[in-house]
Design a protein around this ligand. Structure first.
Ligand SMILES: Cc1cc2nc3c(=O)[nH]c(=O)nc-3n(C[C@H](O)[C@H](O)[C@H](O)COP(=O)(O)OP(=O)(O)OC[C@H]3O[C@@H](n4cnc5c(N)ncnc54)[C@H](O)[C@@H]3O)c2cc1C
Length: 344
């Protein structure tokens, strides 16, 4: 019987696993992929993320960074062609290496890692949760608490609540070429002609990365091609070759920014709980919700007879500042863009 099973070794899962292992709990961290694994992401760590990471995990090693190491901020161009420049130094990381480092830190703290293992479902029993795992064979493990940090496509949430997750789909290509845009910034474009959500350009080492977010996956390549034509005409983008393409998903955040923190002994954190800030910034809220979930687990263990109800209540209370932050961020975007005015 584990004290806690954490499902998913992304930023939310590693934060939860590390904090609980540090506090002496018997933690199993289950990851469906072999680490290091790819995760479609622009890999920009904003100041808020850097602060949380350095407080908890220590200095971010140079080995996980890519060029330009420091991203100077974000430039958003709205549908009326107005630009908003937010200058704040961020770090540019490769997610595969960054998440591998986070996972190692959780292991060093004492969490047991089981990689290449998928969690399929969780069943809550009287005094524990029975989790079905798959690593080629299917078997069950018991744990007092589960923290599901299995990302936007959370199977655990889907199986528990039986309602389909609501997603934005992303498509990005890694290309060689040239463009007249400042590589030191992350550029986001909100014109509905080039994406149903947002379109972005950033640089990682030698790659120019062009991405679009869409609600209808069948249209992702069409929007991506519109975006490239737009960049060609406005910023003289010249693409010599594209070496990689990636499809990803993110939660589709709706007005009021509702989150799903879980039920009974099963908590959700990160994108599995629906945390995501505008322009696809989700690492900071994954870390913050992983932290808040871990603190809730600790306080539930400290109450007499293990108070299950206090688990969600405490998590809900701990996470309030993050929910407010997320709501404020979406309101800021809604004021900049008529496309997102529904988020006011
Ligand atoms: C194209 C794109 C660009 C983005 N750019 C940025 C950015 O620059 N900065 C930023 O802050 N955010 C960015 N985001 C958002 C960010 O990637 C996410 O918000 C963040 O990774 C969420 O962390 P998480 O820990 O909740 O989930 P994830 O990072 O998705 O981790 C979930 C983990 O769970 C594992 N898993 C899934 N299912 C199971 C299962 N059944 N059993 C076991 N393991 C499982 C997965 O393999 C994965 O390792 C971007 C997202 C996309 C799609």
């Amino acid at each position: 019987m584990y004290d806690v099973m954490v499902i998913g070794a992304g930023p939310a899962g590693c934060m939860t696993a590390k904090r609980l292992a540090d506090a002496g709990y018997n933690v199993l961290l289950v990851e469906r992929m072999k680490i290091p694994r790819e995760k479609s992401c622009s890999g920009i760590l904003i100041k808020k993320s850097i602060n949380m990471i350095e407080n908890e995990f220590g200095k971010i090693p140079d080995s996980v960074l890519c060029k330009p190491y420091i991203s100077k901020g974000i430039i958003i161009t709205n549908e009326e062609n107005q630009t908003f420049k937010f200058e704040s130094d961020s770090l540019n990381v490769w997610r595969s290496l960054f998440d591998e480092w986070l996972t190692l830190k959780a292991q060093n703290a004492g969490a047991e890692l089981r990689q290449s293992t998928s969690a399929i479902s969780c069943k809550e029993k009287q005094d524990h949760v029975s989790v079905k795992l798959h690593d080629g064979a299917i078997y069950e493990e018991k744990t007092r608490i589960v923290v599901a940090c299995d990302g936007a496509g959370s199977i655990i949430k889907k199986n528990l609540f039986k309602n389909p997750n609501n997603h934005v789909f992303t498509y990005q290509t890694f290309c060689k070429g040239t463009i007249n845009l400042d590589n030191n910034f992350f550029h986001a474009f909100l014109d509905p002609k080039i994406s149903q959500y947002d379109a972005w350009f950033n640089v990682k080492d030698d790659f120019l990365i062009f991405g679009v977010g869409v609600k209808e996956p069948a249209k992702m390549k069409m929007y991506h091609s519109e975006f490239l034509s737009f960049l060609n005409s406005k910023f003289n983008a010249k693409i010599e070759s594209c070496v990689k393409e990636e499809v990803g998903i993110m939660p589709n955040v709706i007005p009021g920014c509702p989150v799903n923190l879980g039920t009974g002994r099963i908590l959700f954190a990160g994108e599995a709980a629906n945390f995501l800030n505008p322009i696809g910034e989700g690492i900071s809220s994954a870390l913050a919700s992983g932290y808040a979930a871990a603190e809730a687990v600790k306080s539930a263990y400290k109450t007499n007879n293990f108070n299950v109800k206090s688990l969600i209540d405490t998590y809900n209370y701990n996470i309030l500042p993050e929910k407010e932050y997320m709501t404020r961020q979406w309101a800021i975007l809604a004021n900049m863009s008529s496309k997102f005015s529904y988020m006011k």
